[in-house]
Design a protein. Structure first.
Length: 165
């Protein structure tokens, strides 16, 4: 397993990964077949992350295939530049193998070279494995976002979670 920062050459593989993730889990934002992005758009998005001093994407790679990722989107305006929003996803066959912790550790090492002092995320309240990982990595629940999403025609709440450095 290799954990590394993304490159523009990963655009097609990232699209494949995200579409597979959308089909495998109900804990991500997109429904199956809802994500519409092509290689050019994905490449531009990756470049915008790479050019930023407070955003990045880390990938977990197995046999030259992306099996997990963690994106860090830093605030763009002066008042929130110290803060970043995290999205993490791992393919079903690779969960429970420490990849989430390794992705967070890579982000933590990178964060030391930035001015980020707060990382935050949202997680569905029924995502027990995700919540356990985030707490293990030092995140705390700050609040609840009621009726945040509709999954299988039912409202789902999310926790706001954050870690302060």
């Amino acid at each position: 397993m290799i954990i590394r920062e993304i490159t523009q050459e990963d655009a097609i593989e990232l699209i494949k990964f995200q579409k597979q993730l959308d089909n495998e889990t109900k804990f991500m934002l997109f429904e199956p077949n809802e994500r519409e992005i092509d290689e050019i758009q994905q490449s531009k998005m990756i470049m915008s992350f790479l050019e930023s001093n407070n955003s990045n994407i880390f990938i977990a790679e197995s046999d030259h295939r992306i099996v997990g990722y963690l994106s860090v989107s830093g605030g763009r305006t002066k008042r929130i530049r110290h803060s970043a929003y995290i999205v993490i996803g791992i393919l079903k066959d690779f969960t429970g193998k420490g990849i989430g912790s390794e992705l967070f550790n890579a982000m933590e090492q990178w964060r030391l070279s930035t001015k980020i002092k707060r990382v935050e995320l949202t997680v569905m309240t029924n995502n027990e494995f995700g919540i356990k990982l985030y707490k293990k990595m030092g995140f705390e629940i700050e609040g609840i976002k009621k009726n945040s999403m509709i999954v299988d025609d039912r409202f789902v709440d999310e926790y706001y979670m954050a870690k302060i450095y």
